[in-house]
Ligand binder design. Structure first.
Ligand SMILES: [Zn+2]
Length: 170
């Protein structure tokens, strides 16, 4: 088990649309890969991590928003949103943009379809932080970061902050 370097805003791997996962091809490597991803995410107190954040452009992400303070490990392979409703404006951050938080408008409730770590398809509904995490992680697989959702004025404000923050990123 290893903690991996998390890619940062500005790196190409975060801007690319990731490739669908062929489960049978990834099956052998998946347990080791997931172990490293969990260790990396928990190591920095994250609630979600997508493969591009460890330098892989494949449609794989993990989420644990700890409902009721208990772990709930979700593996999302080739996830897609099947329904969405409502809207909510809340502060959001990202392990690939450390130190920056901004209000982002998201759907309040979403239902996703994905494949789990056994290769089994499932559907799951989420609201609150889980709904936000679903949208945030799927965005990563489409080459988008939360700051791409900001208004032009907000983005200009954030650009100045990012310049300073970036000096401390590794
Ligand atoms: Zn993120």
């Amino acid at each position: 088990m290893a903690t991996l370097r998390i890619t940062k805003h500005g790196e190409d791997v975060l801007k690319r649309v990731s490739e669908p996962v062929d489960f049978d091809k990834l099956k052998k490597k998946l347990p080791g890969l997931l172990k490293d991803m969990w260790a990396t995410m928990y190591g920095v107190n994250g609630v979600g991590l997508a493969a591009p954040q460890i330098g892989l452009n494949i449609r794989l992400a993990i989420i644990d928003v700890r409902p009721d303070q208990k772990p709930q490990r979700l593996v999302l392979i080739n996830p897609e949103i099947v329904s969405k409703e409502g809207g909510i404006d809340e502060e959001e951050g990202c392990l690939s943009v450390p130190g920056l938080y901004a209000k982002v408008k998201r759907y309040a409730r979403v239902r996703i379809r994905a494949t789990d770590h056994h290769g089994k398809p499932y559907e799951m509904s989420g609201e609150g932080l889980l709904a936000r995490a679903f949208q945030h992680e799927i965005d990563h697989l489409d080459g988008k970061l939360f700051i791409d959702h900001l208004s032009l004025t907000e983005r200009l404000r954030v650009a100045r902050i990012l310049k300073d923050l970036r000096l401390n990123w590794t």
